[in-house]
Design a protein around this ligand. Sequence first.
Ligand code: ASP
Length: 318
Amino acid sequence: MKPILLVHGGAGDISDDRVPGKLNGIKKSLRDGVQLLVNGGSSLDAVEEAVRSMELDDSFNCGYGSVLNINGIVEMDASIMEGKNLNAGCVTLLQNMAHPICVARKVMEKTNHNFIGGEGALKFAHSQNFEVLTQGALVTENAKIALEEFKERQNKGLDTLFSSTELNKKQKRDLGETVGAVAIDGNGNIAVATSTGGITGKLSGRIGDTPILGCGTYADNKIGGVSTTGHGETIMRFNLAQRILQNINHKHVSAQQATEDVCKEMTQRLIGTGGAITIDKEGNIGIYFTSKRMAWGYIKDNQLVYGINKGETFTENL
Ligand code: ASP
């Protein structure tokens, strides 16, 4: 099996000025992650490293640069899963951690649980020697501005954040920009990692799709792996990741077809937009989004392929 690393930098109505930062971040993430995949490295190490790279980059809504909840606080969600034994680690409502994805991996490897949230997750991370940052250390100027804009819209009665059937255009602009990675290694092992700050102006304690297995993340060596992004309340109700894999498994369609069909069906039925990246057990790739843009990229056969607009693909030699 030829190793492949595939990443996304979030689905949304991404403004033109944010495109270069996202594409650079995607390329950096791929280069960082692929080093752990070549020479016999594991897909699990590669997806963790690829996501870790984007958690350091404020072009993305995760780690440093995460969006703010209604109280101006960063509360992050992340999940990681490996497809051989279906082991997984998930964290939610995590504050003051630079790398939620690394904490999720420790949950998978060092506890008897799959999912830890809030204060307990922070204490667990501390016990694993992760540095607890000071309150506000992950907050960027952009995140503060986005929250101010959100509050202005809310005051004008334009906010429909928690009514997914009435998503207005303004709101859709703020969705997305979560990050995720899917990889298959030389042994055919598939791994998936996804990390996010959620959505701007969310209620304190709101949990999205990202840390939920089958919604934001799923990996199964017998079928494939998927990482998703977009409107969490929509993706969660649709089980986006799991549905894509079940289409591949039962309808015998390609990874691309399944990703496209299921994303389209979700937005048709539930209005909220989203996107997904998929690798099937044979190493075929699927990439699709119903939002205006989604940054994505992959490395395969020493070629780096990436894009952000519909129907647009760039290729570079490594
Ligand atoms: N799905 C994430 C959430 O709703 C947001 C995103 O993909 O950017 O928490």
